[in-house]
Ligand binder design. Structure first.
Ligand code: MUC
Ligand code: MG
Length: 382
């Protein structure tokens, strides 16, 4: 190739099914497993970039599914990638943006793999490619979503004892309001000042319920309310925010820089849960952060319950955020029974360490991938 162009020779996508350590009960679905779409970009210089896309409960959370992401990458992204220059990730992402509408999760997996390969060939961590990290450790909360108040309290006590998490997010909105608030109150009373308690309603409330709910939650010591109402009701979010004594955070409503700009302009959230997949990639997530910072909106590092690859990609992005007032929820790998990475992510002292090696700074455990892949035909026969 002329001009130092580095071709992408093969685009490999693999679906993995990974069981969760316990059922994860959310307002819209209960997860018993996480399905991961893994991506490998094999480049002509020998570098291989890895990326990941996950969703929550198939199509129950958003409008992309792991199977759909695989199909989109195989059918529409791959032909564009195969004529691209891997040494210019931003140019490839711009070309993909011109030819492919939406598909944010798939774009995120592709950008992760492009930056991983670029990092490996330049010797730089992805966080450095994105402008440089300001921290090596990210505070990580845990979601209590076993479906039982007593089990949730026991789980929280274990996490506190292990010094793994001291902030907890409770998934509510499935049951009647008073029942939900009683559940949150019981957990807050049991943990007291030892833990921060937040809730995620995942859009399950209407605005009137949210008005009552947010006030009740503020009274019992809840620190943050995440996406109480529909992602489409932006004015409702602004009204709730104006009334609330505790911060209101946007999650499902945030699909990248344009939404972030609109939220900032309409003062519709105190805090953004930034997710690299929902934002449309790592650079798009950075753009969301910059808008939030300019608007004085607080930041929280969100997750789509990604496994190791997506979690570490998110960690590189969040490590570049000058302020991260509400910490992160990058616990995805800990919810899974299997470890997909050769060296598991390090969680200690209530934080995740951001790897410092080139690219993502991680390697896949090939035996584990072989074992978990859905296309059993590709598995070696024993
Ligand atoms: C969400 O809506 O925030 C993040 C943590 C968790 O337990 O579920 C996800 C999705
Ligand atoms: Mg959420």
């Amino acid at each position: 190739y002329e001009n130092g162009m580095i071709a992408i020779e093969r685009v490999e996508t693999i679906i993995l099914d990974v069981p969760t350590i316990r059922p994860h009960v959310l307002a819209m679905t209960t997860m018993y497993r996480q399905t991961v779409c893994l991506l490998r970009l094999h480049c002509a210089d020998g570098s291989i970039g890895i990326g990941e896309a996950t969703t929550i409960g198939g199509l129950s959370y958003g409008d992309e599914s792991p199977e759909g992401i695989k199909l989109a990458i195989d059918s529409y992204f791959a032909p564009l990638l195969l004529v691209g220059d891997a040494s210019r990730p931003a140019m490839i992402m711009a070309a993909l943006g011109r030819s492919i509408v939406g598909n944010h999760f798939a774009k995120c997996a592709v950008e992760t793999a492009l930056l991983d390969a670029q990092g490996k060939r330049t010797g730089l961590a992805i966080s450095e490619l994105l402008g440089g990290r300001v921290r090596d450790e990210l505070p990580v909360l845990w979601t209590l979503a076993s479906g039982s108040t007593a089990d949730d309290i026991a789980e929280a006590e274990t996490m506190l004892d292990l010094r793994r998490h001291k902030a907890f997010k409770l998934k509510i909105g499935k049951r009647a309001l008073v029942e939900d608030v009683t559940h949150v109150g019981a957990i807050k009373r049991a943990l007291g000042d030892r833990a921060s308690i937040r809730v995620d309603i995942n859009m399950a409330w209407d605005e009137t319920t949210a008005r009552r709910g947010v006030a009740m939650l503020a009274d019992i010591g809840c620190d943050l309310v995440e996406q109480p109402i529909s992602r489409n009701n932006r004015e409702g979010m602004a009204r709730l925010r104006a009334l609330s004594a505790i911060p209101i955070m946007a999650d499902e409503a945030l699909h990248g820089p344009e939404d972030a700009f609109d939220f900032a302009r309409s003062a519709a959230a105190d805090v953004f849960a930034i997710k690299i997949e929902q934002s449309g990639g790592l650079s798009a997530a950075k753009a969301v952060q910059l808008i939030a910072d300019a608007a004085g909106i607080g930041l929280y590092g969100g997750t789509m319950l990604e496994a190791g690859v997506g979690t570490i990609a998110s960690a590189h992005v969040f490590a570049t955020f000058p302020s991260l007032a509400f910490g992160t929820e990058l616990f995805g790998p800990l919810l899974l029974t299997e470890e997909l990475l050769e060296v598991p992510p390090t969680y200690s002292n209530f934080a995740l360490s951001v790897p410092s090696g080139p690219g993502l700074g991680i390697a896949l455990d090939e035996d584990c991938i072989t074992f978990l892949r859905r296309d059993a035909a590709a598995r070696p026969t024993i």
